[in-house]
Structure formats: structure tokens, C-alpha cells
Design a protein around this ligand. Structure first.
Ligand code: A3P
Length: 342
């Protein structure tokens, strides 16, 4: 049973300078000695970066677009959360051990705290990054409603806590930088929340297309992200006509990474089923079964807004400049390119 209300157990403790929930720290030995297997796929995110979204996408791919199979369990139970601990419930490690291979697992750990066997077994890592400003806003509202995390205080107070990395799972900068830097050495697919959003909100090609797409298609998506404007209105005779605006780009990349070959119609279905609106109404996803003593959704819903650029409704101009400045310092020499509005 969880202590809630006055005196609730929300204090964070640290492992090598990274704040974590006390139950996770208490279970640290078990987490570090976790035995990964070579065919494990690990979903890695900093909190509030679109974990639930990518989990649903991955599960839909795994189940070949079968919506009913994706309803088999609550999303938070489908992919064991390796560092999770809330005794007397089975820990994330125990749930992972009980899962048949090939396993899909998830974590919020920064690279330097990841159980070493993931590196040793050269597992596949699927990382999703979200721009720091929206991530901070999302985390702030999450800590307001989550009764087992510290109270965030005022927005001004939270801004300081967050930029100093004093939130659960530590500094956004260290997390993103750490995963970005190991990218060339391991099997990592590095995705951006903003790209998946752009895709799912982008103009939909109604024809299901069919046929084989070329690898150039994938490159096309990348250059779109890097600032190429989507060729929305190009003429059908244009040889590049159907690629930069393809709504399924990111989902197709994930499927390829997972070694799955899905029909265009299945990819179309996954795009539709993983939209914010659909997921918000899905009781297997929206945490509606989580007790109010853990998540009080009357304060802020778990599926809150799902947009890019909500930071503009929270940051003062001064805060925005301060964060830009800090970003430049902390991410110096890191060739990563975030999109802050669509
Ligand atoms: P907001 O608080 O900005 O709405 P996580 O799953 O890592 O906790 O991330 C939660 C964030 O992802 C929330 O952001 C949530 O709304 C957003 N999200 C979840 N599903 C989404 C979807 N299908 N499309 C867009 N955003 C989604």
C-alpha cells in the first residue's frame, strides 16, 4: 500500500547523482544485474517524451495492426519497465524475466545507469526524444497530477528544478546527449516526438499506394525534419511526389528496425489508431483505471494535449531565452536538431 496524502513517500533519492524514486533505489542491485538477451528490444525515453505513444506504435507493429490484440493488457503492463519497483507488486525486472522472448522492454534510464548487459548483448534500442521545452511543460503537469512524485511547486520553481536536473531520472540534457552519443556504436533508432507528430497530423495521402518503396523514402523523411518543407502540393508527375509528406514515415522506420514488413494498409491503420484523439479515449492507454491516489486526472489528464509548442503557453520570454542559452552550453558540439513548433 502506498502512503498518500500528508507525509506521502514522494522524496527522490540519488544513484550516481541521478534522482530516482526511493523504491527504485532500494532495488538497484537487482536492476543493475538484469540479464538482457540479444533479441531484446528496449524502448528508451526521458519521461514525458512520448513513451506511451511509441509503445502503442511498437505494439501495433508487433501485432500486425490487430487492434484487439493490442487490447490484451493495459499499455503500462505490455512492455516491462525494467527499473520499476513498487513492492509488493512484482518489479520490472521480475516481469521482464517472466516474459517470453523476443521481449520488448522499456526504460527511462540514462545511458550511464543502464544495466550493462544491454550493451554486452548488443540489444536494439529505440530512443524517442522530445524538445526540452515541451518536455518540461509535460513533466510539470504530470508531477501535479501524479501523487507518487514530488509536488512540482509553482511553474517558476519547477523551471529551476528541471533545468538543474533535480527531477526523477535526472537531467534532460544528459539523457538526450548520452543516447545521441552512443548512436553510432550500437543498434539505435533515434526518433523525435515532433517528427511522429508531424507525420500523424500531416496531410494524409488517401491512396494506400502499395508497391515497394525505396530507401530514399526514408532519407526523404529525415531531410524533411532537417528543415526541408514538405512537398505537400507537388505534382504527381514529380518523381519525389509521394515521399517527403508520406504520413507513415516514422512508423515505417520503426517497423523496418523491428524487422517487420507490413502492408501499406496496415501502416495506414497504425497511423490512425495511434493518433492522440484515438489513444486519449482508449481505456487500455489513458490510465483511467489507475486509482486517484496515484494519478489524479481531475488535476491534469494523463493524455493531456499531445501537441508541439505548448511551451509557448507556459514560458515567459525570459525563461525561454535562459533555456536557449543553457541549451547552447549543455549541448555544445552535439549535432542534434530539435523542432520547437510545427
Ligand atoms: P503532453 O503532456 O504534452 O500532452 P510519456 O508517455 O512519455 O509519459 O509522454 C506523455 C506525453 O506524450 C504527453 O504530452 C502525452 O499527451 C503525449 N502523447 C501520448 N500519446 C500521444 C499521441 N498519440 N500523440 C501525441 N502525443 C501523445
Amino acid at each position: 500500500a502506498l502512503a498518500t496524502g500528508p507525509g506521502k513517500q514522494t522524496q527522490l533519492r540519488e544513484v550516481e547523482g541521478v534522482p530516482l524514486q526511493a523504491a527504485i533505489v532500494d532495488n538497484w542491485g537487482q536492476i543493475q544485474s538484469f540479464e538482457a538477451k540479444p533479441d531484446d528490444l528496449l524502448i528508451c525515453t526521458y519521461p514525458k517524451s512520448g513513451t506511451t505513444w511509441i509503445q502503442e506504435i511498437v505494439d501495433m507493429i508487433e501485432q500486425n495492426g490487430d487492434v484487439e490484440k493490442c487490447q490484451r493488457a493495459l499499455i503500462q503492463h505490455r512492455h516491462p519497465f525494467i527499473e520499476w519497483a513498487r513492492p509488493p507488486q512484482p518489479s520490472g525486472v521480475e516481469k521482464a524475466q517472466a516474459m517470453p522472448s523476443p521481449r520488448i522492454l522499456r526504460t527511462h534510464l540514462p545511458t550511464r545507469l543502464l544495466p550493462p548487459s544491454f550493451w554486452e548483448n548488443n540489444c536494439k534500442f529505440l530512443y524517442v526524444a522530445r524538445n526540452v521545452k515541451d518536455c518540461m511543460v509535460s513533466y510539470y503537469h504530470f508531477q501535479r497530477m501524479n501523487q507518487v512524485l514530488p509536488d512540482p511547486g509553482t511553474w517558476e520553481e519547477y523551471f529551476e528544478t528541471f533545468i538543474n536536473g533535480k527531477v526523477a531520472w535526472g537531467s534532460w540534457f544528459e539523457h538526450v546527449k548520452g543516447w545521441w552519443e552512443v548512436k553510432g556504436r550500437y543498434q539505435i533508432l533515434f526518433l523525435f516526438y515532433e517528427d511522429i507528430k508531424k507525420v500523424s497530423e500531416g496531410p494524409f495521402t488517401t491512396s494506400s499506394g502499395g508497391g515497394q518503396r525505396t530507401p530514399r523514402l526514408i532519407e526523404g523523411c529525415i531531410s524533411w525534419r532537417q528543415g526541408m518543407s514538405p512537398r505537400i502540393h507537388s505534382h504527381p508527375s514529380d518523381p519525389l511526389h509521394s515521399y517527403p509528406q508520406d504520413p507513415k514515415c516514422e512508423i515505417r522506420k520503426v517497423a523496418q528496425f523491428m524487422g517487420k514488413h507490413l502492408d501499406e494498409t496496415v501502416l495506414d491503420k497504425i497511423v490512425q489508431e495511434t493518433s492522440f484523439e484515438k489513444m486519449k479515449d482508449n481505456p487500455m492507454i489513458n490510465r483511467s483505471t489507475v486509482p486517484k491516489s496515484i494519478m489524479d486526472q481531475s488535476i491534469s489528464p494523463f493524455m493531456r494535449k499531445g501537441t508541439v509548442g505548448d511551451w509557448k503557453n507556459h514560458f515567459t520570454v525570459a525563461q525561454s531565452h535562459r533555456l536557449d542559452e543553457l541549451y547552447r552550453k549543455k549541448m555544445e558540439g552535439v549535432s542534434i536538431d530539435f523542432c520547437l513548433e510545427l
